[in-house]
Design a protein around this ligand. Structure first.
Ligand SMILES: Cc1cc2nc3c(=O)[nH]c(=O)nc-3n(C[C@H](O)[C@H](O)[C@H](O)COP(=O)(O)OP(=O)(O)OC[C@H]3O[C@@H](n4cnc5c(N)ncnc54)[C@H](O)[C@@H]3O)c2cc1C
Length: 509
């Protein structure tokens, strides 16, 4: 909980996907005043609404660290939000409560290697459950996954393509239900103001103060401005682009954005209660069964429409994510995905196309060839929370299921930054941008520091509270000499909200 003097800090969250929404709630619950800006008509309507919402247990990541991260995030999420799983009211053995993973004969990795990873995942789950029995939300560890006999799946999947079939305890999040719950919480919270149809187009430093001014374009092409003390950039594919408005260049090879397409189908009657199926590893195919004959399909050679490392997502991608795809284009994707998926699950030949969803997946680096075993798509360890600058925190939720963990990380980052600012305030009273410039010039012995880049320079220290304290103590030593001599610096660092009235002589120049 922030101390009373922090309660009024205003945090502006840009982007209302799961990343922005979960962070907004967390911050508001901790006492911050939150403004949430979203360019769409509705919140939670972009990429976060274009996923089958598999409560991933790590089975489709070859990198163990990535797989474990996903497993832990999913378990913690399910523990924190009981009652939002597809099939939760059905008996445990019901197919809707199990994903079947099929390791294909043309897998990018040898089956033995994959099975070794799965065993490690099972052991990890057993350990989690042993240490915290309430986390046994995916059944007893010995049932975490089991190897299937061919006779158990040959009627549902093309067994000619399959080397090994396993059945896991993984299933799906009931997204529509959880989405409504999240929206209700957001709109009911007294500390959150939500403005939709507000596309952030520019960000500037506020004059004199350490805050920001944000410009947003409405659907009627009018512009509104917002001010805030801190910024959380949760705009997913636009994070780097918007940060560049503050002169934070994107680092070379920072990330790759992939545009993906998934279709919703009406399943034929005999597939109504079929298991979710995932064919791996490599550019393969998945069926997520939502129940009531609704299913989501991906077929990787078609699903990955395109990829970009550009700062700004190309207009030809945005056309799809902003609902501008033509009916012909949609039908074309649907036909190709269905045809591809039928080569794995023959029964899908009777499925009917209902709807299409376009979304982005973001992966660190540029090595993301989906056909390559070395690709970064197999190792995705980042949460997506970063601190690029003073009072600016990125939150690109690299998995839907990371939303809670990321929100906690964002809150900690905001608390840390607010504390650092409180320190500045304590010394400077009503500090100004030129005070900061003086501070930075003095610290870094450079005359090149300007009003604008002073932020850039001191951001390096703000991330580390103790280090920043030390800098501040030194820099403001002149003021400090006016104060009493004997207060200890340790007590100052321990109690940032109540800075002492004196600084030790040893810290002075
Ligand atoms: C096909 C597919 C399948 C997936 N499957 C899974 C899965 O099974 N399980 C899982 O955990 N994850 C899955 N994911 C990943 C998951 O969807 C993402 O990690 C997650 O949704 C990202 O959330 P976000 O809030 O960061 O992004 P978004 O949901 O995209 O939110 C960003 C928001 O910012 C808004 N915005 C952007 N620019 C601006 C601007 N300039 N001004 C104002 N607002 C702006 C957007 O409109 C959007 O609402 C999948 C993704 C895809 C595409």
């Amino acid at each position: 909980m922030p101390a009373a003097n922090l309660v009024k800090k205003k945090v502006l969250v840009m982007g209302a996907g799961v990343g922005g929404c979960a962070a907004a709630l967390k911050l508001a619950e901790a006492g911050y005043e939150v403004i949430l800006l979203e360019r769409n008509k509705k919140v939670l309507a972009a990429t976060s609404n274009a996923t089958p919402c598999r409560l991933g247990l790590g089975f489709h990541y070859m990198d163990l660290e990535t797989a474990l991260k996903y497993l832990e995030a999913t378990i913690d999420f399910v523990v924190a939000h009981p009652g939002y799983r597809v099939g939760e009211d059905l008996p445990d053995e019901h197919p809707l409560r199990h994903v079947r993973y099929f390791i294909t004969k043309d897998s990018q990795f040898p089956p033995e290697m994959i099975m070794q990873g799965y065993e490690q995942l099972k052991q990890a789950y057993a350990k989690i459950v042993e240490q915290a029995p309430h986390k046994q939300v995916f059944g007893p560890p010995e049932n975490f996954f089991r190897i299937l006999d061919r006779t158990e799946y040959e009627h549902q999947a093309n067994s000619d393509k399959i080397a090994i079939g396993i059945e896991t305890q993984e299933h799906l999040l009931n997204w529509p239900s959880y989405q409504n719950h999240l929206i209700e919480q957001l709109y009911a919270h007294p500390h959150i103001k939500i403005y939709t149809e507000q596309e952030v187009t520019d960000i500037n430093y506020a004059d004199e103060k350490l805050g920001y001014e944000i410009t947003a374009k409405t659907s009627l092409n009018q512009f509104s401005t917002y001010s805030s003390d801190l910024l959380v950039n949760a705009t997913w594919e636009n994070i780097e682009y918007l940060n560049s408005k503050l002169n934070f260049p994107m680092t070379k090879d920072a990330r790759t954005i992939r545009l993906k397409v998934m279709i919703e189908v009406e399943l034929p009657e005999d597939l109504e209660n079929v298991h979710h199926m995932f064919f791996c590893f490599g550019p393969h195919c998945s069926l997520s069964n939502l129940g009531k004959r609704r299913g989501f399909l991906t077929y990787e050679p078609v699903t990955n429409i395109g990829q970009t490392t550009a700062l700004k997502v190309p207009a030809e991608f945005e056309k799809f994510t902003s609902g501008q795809a033509t009916e012909i284009e949609k039908q074309e994707y649907a036909t190709k995905i269905l045809a591809g998926a039928c080569t794995y699950i023959a029964g899908l030949a009777q499925a009917k196309y209902k709807d299409i969803r376009f979304g982005y997946v973001i992966t660190s680096g540029t090595n993301i060839n989906i056909n390559s075993a070395d690709s970064n798509i197999h190792a995705r360890r980042e949460s997506g929370v970063e601190k690029p600058a003073v009072n600016l925190i990125n939150n690109g939720s690299r998995k839907l299921l990371y939303m809670d963990k990321n929100a906690q990380e964002v809150l900690e980052a905001v608390n840390e930054q607010v504390q650092a600012l409180e320190l500045l305030n304590a010394f400077l009273g009503d500090y100004t941008r030129s005070d900061l410039k003086k501070f930075a010039q003095h610290q870094f012995f450079s005359a090149d520091i300007t009003d604008e880049n002073a932020f850039e320079v001191i951001k390096k220290t703000v991330g580390n509270k103790v280090q920043l304290n030390a800098y501040l103590l030194k820099f403001f030593s002149k003021q400090a000499t006016k104060l009493t001599k004997d207060t200890k610096s340790e007590s100052y660092q321990k109690d940032a909200d109540n800075p002492p009235q004196a600084l030790p002589q040893t810290m002075c120049y």
